[in-house]
Design a protein around this ligand. Structure first.
Ligand code: PLP
Length: 339
């Protein structure tokens, strides 16, 4: 029975969903949303803050400042509240309402940027504001998840070894990319493991992580409008890209089975299924990482009007349920099935 006195002391590290019946392909989904910050970003936030404390970069009167599309902001809000630091999050108009309200409920200040810069988009505008704040107040400390090695080290120390413990015969690992902290930490760790593991990065169409020109992306979490400084492609075997419409179909299909996951989980599962459909999966052990849960996306991915307005009717059209799906018939259960 875990008993804790600080919120970041608890993180469910050993929960997986077996998606074989739903996908018609083997896939174990590592659920990272069961902690008080509600996402995988708890680990990066904890590592970045505690490492800065050890180095003396953060002192009692520091103001933590960070640019985040939401989940890191919530995790930092929680840790800052617990440790007694002030925290200012700079986000943009794609940040979910629930996420912003959570940060404010935890005592943080939130700046929402709604206009991007010509060359750097909304992210460029966020980073410019962070730089201005740090220049104006010497108490401000920018943790800089995009360049901070403690971001990927969190996954090198925690996420990858946890997966290896659970799946000693792991063959393929599917990882969604934003800052690429999760990808680089896991990829570096598995590079030296006792067996080769194929590292497959999953990105959103419209993201510039792997060098494509940036395009419209409405779902926060995955993807970046610039190339992430942490990325070292020498550790990545393959990158697959997923259309946001497929992300939404997959999220809604999972929800119809009772699993309400966040947007990047839909992206990763959709990309993984596509990859598995193209390969011989007999005897294969594949794992994918689900960064968060679905409550933060109720007014977007799970809101039919929002989906229809941005992606059209097709995304909500019913498709035939997978053969041998094994579930009892349920009115409307086949709505929006991606698999
Ligand atoms: C929901 C969600 N998915 C995926 C990611 C990407 O993780 P990383 O920044 O480690 O690449 C994030 C990071 O913000 C996230 O919040």
């Amino acid at each position: 029975m875990p008993v804790i006195s600080v919120p970041h002391a608890f993180n469910e590290e050993d929960l997986y969903v077996d998606l074989r019946q739903m996908l018609g392909q083997p896939l174990f989904l590592k659920c990272e949303g069961f902690n008080f910050a509600g996402s995988i970003k708890l680990k990066a936030a904890t590592e970045m803050v505690e490492s800065a404390e050890r180095r003396g970069t953060i002192t009692r009167d520091s103001i933590l400042v960070e640019s985040s599309s939401g989940n890191l902001g919530v995790a930092l809000s929680m840790i800052a509240a617990s440790k007694g630091y002030r925290f200012v999050c700079v986000t943009d108009s794609r940040c979910n309402l629930a996420t912003r309200l959570m940060m404010e409920a935890l005592g943080s200040k939130v700046h929402v940027v709604s206009e991007g810069t010509a060359d750097g988009g909304l992210l460029g505008a966020r980073l410019a504001l962070v730089r201005d704040m740090c220049a104006a107040d010497p108490h401000c400390v920018w943790l800089s998840q995009y360049t901070n090695a403690d971001n990927w080290k969190a996954h090198y120390y925690r996420t990858a070894p946890a997966i290896a413990r659970g799946f000693p015969h792991l063959d393929v690992l599917f990882i969604g990319v934003g800052t690429t902290g999760t990808l680089m930490g896991c990829a570096r760790w598995f590079r030296n493991w006792h067996r080769p593991v194929r590292i497959v990065a999953v990105d959103a169409v419209g993201s510039a992580v792997f060098g494509d020109p940036p395009g419209r992306r409405m779902i926060p979490g995955l993807g970046m409008s610039v190339r992430p400084p942490l990325l070292d492609e020498a550790y990545v075997d393959e990158a697959v890209r997923v259309e946001e419409a497929d992300t939404i179909r997959t999220c809604r299909s999972l929800a119809m089975r009772g699993f309400l996951f966040g947007g990047s989980t839909g992206t990763v599962v959709s990309g993984a299924k596509d990859w598995l459909d193209r390969h011989d999966t007999r005897g294969l052990t594949p794992v994918a990482i689900a960064p968060d849960l679905g409550e933060r996306y109720l007014d977007t991915i799970y809101q039919s009007n929002w989906v229809q307005g941005l992606y059209g009717e097709d995304v909500l059209l019913p498709e035939a349920p997978t053969e041998g799906d094994g579930r009892a018939g349920r009115a409307g259960a086949s709505k929006g099935m991606a698999f």
